[in-house]
Write a new protein. Structure first.
Lengths: 177, 177
């Protein structure tokens, strides 16, 4: 039972969008443009950053759903998702993605902890302004989505399998409300 | 100098909205509906929660601008803003606002730290589902805005006076891009 009266059986953030469609609309618009709009980062890479930040915030709903979306989008290369989230290794990712995930981890902790050296290192590995902008905003926005879902204790399905269909739908159809 | 190339002289998050208007639009829509749309909480109370969370995240741009907006909206009662942010006392606020600020502080730290007792206490002081929802989402969304502004090291005017006009404009005209 969530802390506020939401429709039962609707998982996670979707029950909150239904409780408050006025705020749900811009939140969905943000997820859609940030994870699926134009960016030098692929949608699979952006979903991976979202799952990585959610994992660090211990938000099981966002972590499982965005990990499922990332696995769907990485397709044959989906092992990179579990390598990162379960085995804590980024060895199968590009040096640019490693440098951007380092920045995302800093932002998850506190915006001020990002240093000029972190940015310089990402640039050396090929990241441009938009890569850096999008990484910071994905990490920042999941610092919001995670707190919204957990701060209201919304319903979180327990098993990874429960998120398979959700991840596929997110990867295929996105986040329009 | 911000970490990415933004137009000089435009402060804080507005320089980032100009860099990325595609994400700026839903972010402004969110701020507008969340801080100024229908809610049992007044806009002054919602601006105060935003400034309180930004202060705890040490985000000087968001803290100063939303504190200025709260002072403008509280008008004759503006002392409550400095009581809370500078003197660390909530004694001039209602028991309901105190209980909601307690929840906002928990969300700022981590969504999972909010307990059923925190919610029960807010309800005892008169908070309903929408009060609680809006408080959690304001605290969550400023956990994003703060990280976005500071994670990209955007330009932050140094003096409280620099935010006077900004706060007045936010209080009067809001957040449409």
């Amino acid at each position: 039972m969530a802390y506020i009266k939401v429709e039962e059986g609707i998982p996670g953030i979707r029950s909150l969008f239904k409780f408050s469609p006025e705020t749900g609309k811009p939140l969905c618009d943000l997820a859609e443009v940030l994870l699926r709009g134009p960016s030098p980062l692929s949608s699979s890479e952006r979903e991976l950053i979202a799952a990585f930040v959610s994992n660090r915030n211990n938000c099981m709903f966002c972590m499982n759903s965005h990990a499922a979306a990332a696995r769907f989008l990485f397709d044959e290369d989906k092992q990179v998702v579990d390598d990162l989230l379960k085995n804590q290794t980024a060895d199968s990712l590009s040096p640019k993605m490693k440098a951007l995930l380092w920045i995302a981890g800093k932002v998850q902790s506190n915006g001020k902890s990002v240093t000029p050296e972190d940015i310089e290192n990402a640039r050396k590995e090929g990241a441009n302004d938009t890569d850096i902008h999008d990484t910071v905003l994905i990490a920042a926005s999941f610092s919001m989505f995670n707190r919204y879902v957990d701060g209201l204790d919304s319903y979180t399905p327990a098993n990874e399998e429960d998120y398979l269909e959700m991840g596929k739908r997110m990867g295929q159809k996105g986040y329009h409300i």
